[in-house]
Every structure is written in structure tokens, then in C-alpha cells.
Design a binder for this molecule. Sequence first.
Ligand SMILES: Nc1nc2c(ncn2[C@@H]2O[C@H](COP(=O)(O)OP(=O)(O)OP(=O)(O)O)[C@@H](O)[C@H]2O)c(=O)[nH]1
Ligand SMILES: [Mg+2]
Ligand SMILES: [Zn+2]
Length: 316
Amino acid sequence: MNTEIVKGLIIKGSRNIITVRAETKEGIKELECRIKGKVLQTNKENYNPFAPGDWVTIELSETNDNTALILSLEKRQNFFSRFNQKESASQILAANIDLVLCITTPVSPPFRPRFIDRILLQADIAGIEPIIVCNKIDLKYDDIDINERLEDFNKTGFKVLFVSSKTGEGLNELRNNIEGKTGMLIGQSGVGKSSLINALLPGLNIKEGKLNEKYDRGVHTTTMSYLIDVSEKTKIIDTPGVRVFIPDGIKANEVIFHMKEFAPLAGKCSFGLSCSHKTEPGCKIMEAVTAGIIHEDRYESLIRIAEDIEGSINEY
Ligand SMILES: Nc1nc2c(ncn2[C@@H]2O[C@H](COP(=O)(O)OP(=O)(O)OP(=O)(O)O)[C@@H](O)[C@H]2O)c(=O)[nH]1
Ligand SMILES: [Mg+2]
Ligand SMILES: [Zn+2]
């Protein structure tokens, strides 16, 4: 008997059981897959062999129509990863995506511009366009620093959208920006990633979490990344909230190349690429900060990210 081999798209998966969407004789199905043999598991550098958005070759089961075996991974166009501290390995959150939607909030949970910096940096490393999406704009806040920081991101060349999954404000603009694309949502727990998908697709009812009142932060409701079809050509990958984001795939002294307004100054300091931009005379980065050309917060991020990558983990 011949086994049928087809290509499929990863929808979600733990390390062992992976849901793959593929065209079978009975039409399009979501199949529960395991990896055939140990071939794919030998890559120890990665925490997870696959992520939503990945394409794989699978062997359909002859006996059970809803299972299959994964034979190989197709070449990735790109992937968005983070450094998983616990596993001390690279963790891929999504593959083959067009947009990284960095979800943030002015309040509840509190605005964290340094988190945004880290996501923008990783998007640049991955070569994927980022959009900052400020959700929960229905909530009142009087901190003018938030607007100032968001304006600065905008001035630096990043797109910033303002939305409310609760009132629907800004959702049409968000829809227009993701139309025909695959976008990945990323943000701290409780910023409303899953709520945004529910708002875009009423009736879907993905699980949303209440905020922890004492700490004003999310309770990690989404536990696994998964891919959702928003329309025929538009896809969104929801991810679990991240508390600490450590950039992946670069060395400490390369961070500067991946932060938009810093990159043109890379290598121009008196000490060239070995400059730590902290105390050295003739540091072009520090000069730009003093002159008000580069925002102090972004400078602070650069220093802390570089330190994190070096291995000295700081609170931020
Ligand atoms: N006021 C207001 N509340 C919102 C909005 N969007 C989401 N929320 C609330 O915020 C809480 C957290 O929403 P979730 O969608 O679970 O957040 P999440 O980012 O998916 O969180 P994790 O899955 O834990 O990472 C829920 O109580 C939502 O009702 C909004 O636009 N306005
Ligand atoms: Mg969620
Ligand atoms: Zn310098």
C-alpha cells in the first residue's frame, strides 16, 4: 500500500503533539501529528522544533484519518524567536510571518516602553515589519509620558495604531494593516492579545483572562501559540504573554545595528564597535542622547539589552 505524503501548515503544537492543517482526500483537515523518528529532534539549539506558520511534509496515516507523521520541515522564510532563559535555548514563536504586532496598553497592565524596544529589536533581527498596537484606549490615563513615548516611536519610523478591543475603536485600521498578511501578536500577559482576535472575529470566543487586581497584570491565560484564520488570506498567530523578553540571535555589540536610530552611528564611536557606549570619550551614541537626537529611554534599553545578552540579567 502507498502512504500519502503531503505538505501541511503548523497551527499549534507542544513539543510532541503538533496540529497540522493539510489537504487530504476528504478535504482540508487538522491532523494530530507526531514526529517520525528522531531526525528532527536532534537540533539541541532550539527549544521547539516547529512553530505556528511553519510548513512541513507529513505522511498521512492509513488507519486513522486524523493523525499523521511529520517527516521534514520546509525551509523558513523567516521566524521570530526569543531567548528562553530557563531552557537556555532559542525558542521560535512563529514562522513565515509578514508582521509582528507588538501589543501594548497605556494602563492595566502598565505601559512598558522598554518591552516594546525589545520586540522592535527582535523584529529587526528577524527582518519582519513591526507595528506597535496600543490597545485599551477606552481606559482613562493621564500620564503624558506615554503619549510622548508613542510619538517618539512614531517619529523614529515605527507605525503606531490605537485600538480598543472593547469598544471597537481603531479595529478597521488594524484590519486594513493586516489584510492579506500573516501577523503575530506579542505582548505582556493581559494586554488583550486574545481579546483583539475575538474583536476581529466575533463569535470565535477565545479564552480571555481577568487581570490580577493586586498586581494589575495578566494571569497568562493563553498557554500555547496558535494560528487563526481571520479571513481567507489573513492569518493571526496568538502567543502566550511574555514577562521577560531576551532578544535572540545576536551578540551584545550587534544590538546597535538593529535599533533604527542607532544603526547609522554603528562603528562611528572613537572606540569603534568595541565601545560600550557607557563611559568612553568620543562615543557618538552618548553624544546623540545628550543632543536630544536619541531618546534617553531607548539608550537605556540599548545598555540593558546588551547587558542581558552578555548574561547579566537585569530587571527592566
Ligand atoms: N478596558 C479594556 N479591557 C480590555 C480590552 N482588551 C482586553 N481587555 C481585557 O483585558 C483582559 C486580558 O485580556 P486577554 O485578551 O486575556 O489578554 P492576553 O494579552 O491575551 O493575555 P495572555 O493570554 O495572558 O497573554 C481581559 O479581562 C479583557 O477583557 C480593551 O480594549 N479595553
Ligand atoms: Mg491570550
Ligand atoms: Zn559609543
